[in-house]
Each structure stands twice: as structure tokens, then as C-alpha cells.
Ligand binder design. Structure first.
Ligand code: DOR
Ligand code: ZN
Length: 344
């Protein structure tokens, strides 16, 4: 097939690790991974060792991100004590939402008290969505409370059948809810995860075959709006240690895996564009970024064969056949990436 030309893709959920954990990733290595994977806009999460919960830290992150190769926006964080910062943070043009961790994962930003989370919803007086890490029944409950507080909600990385059902019900009631799914929850089985050991260790964890089927159904019937990579780089050494951290890199493999689903007749090319560009743009009001990617959806490649841009240097999909290697990426009037090399 001829080369496909699309606007640069948008990933609304990445962890670029700067400041505080640049041995895993920084804004340069992370945005190189983004561009090589076809993304020209990424929204970065607040759970760095130095959490993004004050305006000062937001300002610092913005400054550090100036060296990025593509557009970087941020989600503000909360530890339940920083509501006074919300107004100014929500008005910042580089902030796209408020992330709330209601379940345990990497970092310290956990709030388990649902009433305190509800206070955060009330304090976040903005149209920009609250993004929830809330698994199982907690997801349904928090959607209800967020909407009651007048907020828009994005339920992050849904992984279970009951979560798909909760979002489907909320959408049937026309509530302002969006949701995303990661490639690892769509493609990895429990069997894959047990073979991967700590390299398949992430939050939420991969569900059952029935959960995975429900996720695909959620994609087909538009219950699921978008695909988010949850790019969460950790080094191999950390993964092999006695206490492996949660998370897997994903920026360089998301498009290729979805195109594999196109090859298998599961998705149309248009649907891939909807999941990785149109819906993320709409859900988070991402501005127009003049950019273009070119790729050949028929050219397959073996993940990991030519190495990685992410500093993590590994993928849970290593050795899998995927489709496309992004040939060229233009941002503004500059070609920033061509045939595996960066032009910067
Ligand atoms: O597996 C995960 N890793 N899930 C998250 O929610 C956070 C992420 C990380 O920051 O490493
Ligand atoms: Zn995440």
C-alpha cells in the first residue's frame, strides 16, 4: 500500500520521569520514543519521585520539557492537600487534566479515601477532565461522584469487563465520561505475563481472556474512546531486582500493534486513527499541532530488532511481529525523524 499520511498521533497518558528518575527516561529520550512511534503530542503524568502537585513543580517541569522533540502537556496531580493550587494549575494552557490515583501503583500519589477524592472533584473547578486510576467497582462509584460534582471524567487504562460495563452504562446515561485502554491490556494474555515475569508487571494488571474480549467489544461499540500507551519506563535492572516496579514502555509499539490488529481484520485503519488521534484530541482538547507522520501499514517489523529509543531499552512485546515503521515525521515545517534517524 502507498504511504499513509496522518497528523501526528496523540498519547494522553505517558510517564516521562523528569525530574527525579531520568535514569529511566527524560524529556529527550521519551519524546524520541514518542516521535519514533508516530506521536507528536504526549500528556505526561504527575507521579514522578518529585510529584507535580504544586505550581512551582509544574513550572519546573514545563521548563525542563522545553528540550522535547514534540509537544508535551501535563496532568496535574493531587495528594489530597494541594487543592489551593488547583485554580491556577487548571488555567495553565499546558495542563490538560487532574490525575487521581485511587489505587496503588508506582509513586506516592495514592488517595484511598473516596470522600477526600470527592473533595478533590469539587475543588477542581474546571472543564478539563479528572483522570482516574480506579479499578473495579471503585471506578463506577467515582464516575458517579465526579459527575455529581460537575466534572468530566476520564477513566484511565480500563482492564476488566466490569469496568467496560460501568462505562457503557454511564455513556448510555449521556454522562461526560471517556475511557482509554492500553495496548498491553488489549494484546497480552495471562500466559504472556507469566512468561515475562517482572517485565509483565504493571498496574492495573492484565486481566483474563474474558476481560480482554470485553475490552475489544468496548472498542468496537465505542464504549472505549481511545488507546493510551501508559508508557511507564523502568530499567531492566530495576525490573530484575527483588522489588520490581510496575509499568512497561509503550510509545514505540502502540501504533504497530494496532496496525497488526488491522492486518488481522479486527480494526479498520480509520478506527486506528480515531483511537490515536481524533478521540484523544477531542477528549482532552489538545490544540492543533501542525504535524504529519508517514507510514506504510503493510510493512511488518520485529519489535526490538533495531533497538529502542526509550532509555528503558526493552519492551514486553519484544520479538512480536508488528506493522509499520514510521518513515517520516514532520512537526511545523521541519522533518524531525526520517528512516530511523532524528534530524535535530
Ligand atoms: O504500571 C504502571 N506504571 N501503572 C501506573 O499507573 C503507573 C506506572 C508508572 O509510573 O510506572
Ligand atoms: Zn500511568
Amino acid at each position: 500500500m502507498a504511504l499513509i499520511k496522518w497528523p501526528g498521533l496523540i498519547d494522553v497518558h505517558v510517564h516521562l520521569r523528569e525530574p527525579g528518575a531520568t535514569h529511566k527516561e527524560d524529556f529527550i529520550s521519551g519524546t524520541k520514543a514518542a516521535v519514533a512511534g508516530g506521536f507528536t503530542a504526549v500528556l505526561d503524568m504527575p507521579n514522578n519521585p518529585v510529584t507535580t502537585v504544586t505550581l512551582e513543580r509544574l513550572k519546573e517541569k514545563k521548563k525542563l520539557s522545553e528540550k522535547s522533540l514534540c509537544f508535551v502537556g501535563f496532568h496535574f496531580g493531587t495528594d489530597g492537600t494541594n487543592f489551593a493550587e488547583f485554580k491556577a494549575a487548571s488555567l495553565d494552557r499546558q495542563v490538560f487534566g487532574l490525575k487521581i490515583f485511587a489505587d496503588h501503583t508506582t509513586g506516592t500519589l495514592l488517595i484511598e479515601d473516596l470522600n477526600l477524592i470527592e473533595e478533590a472533584f469539587i475543588a477542581w473547578k474546571s472543564d478539563k477532565p479528572v483522570l482516574l486510576h480506579a479499578e473495579g467497582e471503585k471506578g463506577a462509584e467515582l464516575i458517579f461522584r465526579a459527575v455529581r460534582a460537575g466534572r468530566r471524567v476520564h477513566l484511565c487504562y480500563i482492564s476488566r469487563k466490569c469496568e467496560v460495563e460501568a462505562v457503557r452504562k454511564a455513556k448510555a446515561k449521556k454522562l461526560p465520561v471517556t475511557t482509554g485502554v492500553t495496548p498491553h491490556h488489549l494484546f497480552l494474555t495471562k500466559e504472556n505475563v507469566s512468561q515475562l515475569g517482572p517485565f509483565g508487571y504493571m498496574k492495573p494488571e492484565v486481566g483474563s481472556d474474558a476481560d480482554r474480549e470485553a475490552l475489544w467489544t468496548g472498542i468496537f461499540d465505542n464504549t472505549i474512546d481511545l488507546v493510551e500507551s501508559d508508557h511507564a519506563p523502568h530499567t531492566s535492572e530495576e525490573k530484575k531486582s527483588g522489588q520490581p516496579p510496575f509499568g512497561v514502555p509503550g510509545l514505540e509499539t502502540t501504533l504497530g500493534l494496532l496496525l497488526k490488529a488491522v492486518h488481522e481484520g479486527k480494526l479498520s485503519l480509520e478506527k486506528v486513527r480515531t483511537l490515536l488521534y481524533d478521540n484523544p484530541k477531542k477528549a482532552f482538547s489538545v490544540p492543533n499541532i501542525p504535524s504529519r507522520i508517514e507510514f506504510d501499514p503493510d510493512q511488518s517489523f520485529i519489535i526490538g530488532k533495531n533497538g529502542y529509543q526509550t532509555r528503558a531499552g526493552w519492551s514486553p512485546f519484544a520479538g512480536w511481529e508488528a506493522y509499520d515503521r514510521v518513515k517520516r515525521v514532520r512537526i511545523g515545517n521541519k522533518t524531525v525523524y526520517e528512516n530511523g534517524s532524528f534530524q535535530v
